[in-house]
Write a protein that binds this ligand. Structure first.
Ligand code: GLV
Length: 391
């Protein structure tokens, strides 16, 4: 038998991946220490040394989430993996869920819940991008829809909003509902306290303020969430995201860890190192730094005559800043100009915020005033050189 399809020409050329300033909403640039950790020779996913690394990751996540939950793992995949894991494991067909939507992430979770559970009753609590919900509004919707799960995005990266969380966990308890919070864009950049804030399920992604490559997704479930998910009548729709996987992370108290799937070994090394950096720096310092650099960026943006999309400074997400599109400019042209002339990624909106904002993310390793200066310089250059459209 002969090969009829020749080796593709592209495969005979070297890999090209340019150096770029990743000043969008993620992934962010990765410090050499994390790149080096991810580049170490791999070991087997079932080796005892790997289980040790996983145990350390678990401790690192518990610190980052401020939780003592045993059921704490890193799901294989991007933030979406944790998002699907949370919904697939806790919601059964026919149950009611309530989703707060004020940007793309709530929309996404609503779609996942609808697709996944063939008839989960999905109730949407909707605001325009950047809007936020009072605890009273949330409680009223809960009284009406009697959900088993309430979803809220802490760091709404598509809108640049950091949603207040205090008191919502208590409301959920009162109404016998699980509280699920997305901190993909906010973890490490803005305070969150899983245990103190009575959050039942919390997840994040590796590629934002944690500065690891995309592909691992920390998630934690408290006892209330475990009770619900381990007393299901039906099996979760996904095998990969079934929290039966937690045995592989040593969370079920059984002495032997059993093969579930082959976890991302290199990604786990990198995640372990990113959590180590956060532990060394300290959460408080990381939060302080993001706030300080964000304030510096706001001032610079205002000095350029740009308007911040979220008017209330206390509600702004420190990791991702949204800028209202300046009058008469084509945002696509500005972003393309910045990429071409400054090798810098900034992005437009996402989902419902497309056409409303441009986004600048300075996260973790990138969160420095000198990077804010670079971003401001690039924006200034784009404002000067991108022709005003007739609008
Ligand atoms: C993705 O995570 C984004 O906010 O663009």
């Amino acid at each position: 038998s002969t090969v009829t399809i020749p080796p593709p020409a592209c495969m005979l050329r070297p890999l090209e991946a340019p150096l770029r300033y990743l000043f969008g909403p993620g992934p962010s640039n990765i410090p050499p220490r994390i790149l080096t950790a991810g580049g170490r020779p791999i070991i087997g996913h079932m080796h005892s040394e790997m289980f040790e690394v996983m145990d350390e990751i678990k401790e690192g996540i518990r610190y980052a989430f401020q939780t003592q939950n045993n059921m704490t793992i890193s799901m294989s995949g991007s933030g979406h993996a944790a998002m699907e894991c949370a919904v697939f494991n806790t919601v059964e067909p026919g149950e009611s869920v309530l989703i707060a939507i004020n940007g793309i992430w709530g929309e996404r979770v609503a779609e996942i819940a609808e697709r996944s559970e063939q008839g989960a009753k999905v109730h949407r609590l909707v605001k325009a991008p950047g809007g936020y919900f009072s605890n009273q509004e949330i409680e009223q919707a809960m009284e009406k829809h009697k959900p088993v799960l309430f979803f809220l995005t802490h760091g709404e990266s598509s809108a640049g909003l950091c949603h207040p969380v205090d008191g919502i966990g208590d409301i959920c308890r009162k109404h016998n509902c699980l509280f699920l919070v997305d901190t993909v864009a906010s973890l490490g950049a803005a305070p969150i306290f899983m245990d103190k804030q009575n959050i039942d399920i919390l997840y994040t992604g590796s590629q934002k303020a944690l500065n690891a490559p995309p592909g691992t997704a920390p998630i934690s479930f408290n006892d209330r969430a475990c009770h619900k998910m381990f007393n299901r009548k039906t099996k979760p729709l996904s095998y990969l995201f079934d929290m039966a996987y937690s045995n592989y992370w040593g969370c079920d108290g059984k002495p032997a860890r059993i093969y579930h799937h082959t976890g991302p070994v290199s990604g786990s090394f990198a995640l372990r190192e990113s959590l180590a950096i956060l532990a060394e720096k300290g959460l408080e310092e990381s939060w302080r730094k993001h706030k300080e650099v964000a304030a510096y960026l706001y001032k610079g943006l205002e000095d350029l005559g740009l308007q911040l999309f979220i008017p209330d400074r206390d509600l702004r997400l420190p990791s991702v800043t949204t800028i209202a599109i300046p009058d008469g400019y084509d945002w696509r042209e500005m972003l393309a100009y910045i990429m071409k002339h400054h090798q810098m990624e900034m992005t437009g909106g996402l989902g419902p915020s497309v056409g409303m904002v441009m986004r600048v993310g300075l996260m973790g390793y990138n969160c420095e005033k000198f990077n804010a200066d670079k971003a401001l310089h690039a924006l200034q250059d784009a404002l000067k050189n991108c022709k005003k459209s007739k609008a």
